[in-house]
Design a binder for this molecule. Structure first.
Ligand SMILES: Cc1cc2nc3c(=O)[nH]c(=O)nc-3n(C[C@H](O)[C@H](O)[C@H](O)COP(=O)(O)OP(=O)(O)OC[C@H]3O[C@@H](n4cnc5c(N)ncnc54)[C@H](O)[C@@H]3O)c2cc1C
Length: 213
């Protein structure tokens, strides 16, 4: 596998983070993505993931447009994503009798390139596993911060100290809870519900999306 070089400019300060020890909680998408960039800059990175192994599964994640491409290229994973893309084409929704009702163009459903979430996580893990320490099956238990760093205890492993701790452990983040308190203090329902309609869908002749869209 050939590694691509970064295309984003680096400042002198960015070039050497070898003095920095970083703990990232969560090895899904955000965790390994940050680990990839930090490790390239020389930081000593540990990722702790509560699952016993890298989590597979999930459905498709799609990328579209210049910004996504630029970021993925600068991370050096654009070509690999292309190699492992789903190649999803047009989708057709059929009714109970198998009659086509709605055509969903690939551009709408899968962007410029689409990949399964587990594949995306795997690509970033593979890219980082030689430089980054991955600890599976464990979780941060306590965090004690002072001016120079953070003392960390784990559910299973021995206590350690890091310069920086990053929470990449998802929606109900354990790290966020440990630092800011229970999420119920911050959760606020915006009284909004998300729905979908129209947006470039081609209705097949004689078909209808039905009332109340
Ligand atoms: C199994 C799975 C399937 C998904 N499928 C899709 C999909 O099909 N399409 C889509 O668009 N998005 C999907 N998502 C969501 C998508 O990956 C995320 O919403 C988005 O990428 C944000 O990623 P993230 O890394 O910030 O958080 P997440 O992807 O939510 O990952 C959080 C990670 O932190 C770990 N973690 C949680 N608590 C702890 C803890 N206490 N200590 C250590 N680690 C912890 C979790 O096991 C997980 O690996 C899926 C997520 C998961 C976990």
């Amino acid at each position: 596998m050939t590694k691509q070089t970064r295309q984003t400019p680096q400042t002198p300060q960015q070039k050497n983070l070898s003095h920095l020890s970083v703990l990232i909680s969560g090895a899904s998408v955000a965790g390994p993505a940050l680990a990839l960039d930090l490790a390239r800059l020389g930081a000593r990175v540990t990722v702790v993931e509560k699952a016993p192994d890298l989590r597979g599964g999930g459905f498709a994640v799609d990328f579209r447009g210049h910004v996504h491409r630029t970021v993925l290229t600068s991370m050096g994973i654009w070509d690999e994503i292309h190699r492992r893309q789903t190649h999803m084409g047009r989708q057709t929704v059929v009714d109970a009798d198998g009659n086509p009702r709605v055509d969903l163009p690939a551009e709408l459903m899968s962007g410029d390139v689409e990949i399964f979430r587990g594949e995306l996580a795997r690509i970033m893990y593979e890219r980082t596993k030689d430089e980054v320490e991955y600890v599976f099956g464990d979780s941060i238990a306590t965090l004690g911060e002072d001016a120079d760093g953070v003392d960390v205890t784990f559910e299973k492993g021995a206590p350690r100290r890091f310069a920086l701790v990053v929470g990449a452990d998802g929606l109900h983040s354990n790290t966020r809870r440990l630092v800011f308190g229970d999420e119920s203090r911050y959760l606020r329902f915006f009284d909004l519900l998300l729905g979908f309609r129209g947006c470039g869908v081609t209705l097949l002749e004689g078909a209808s999306l039905g009332a109340g869209r």
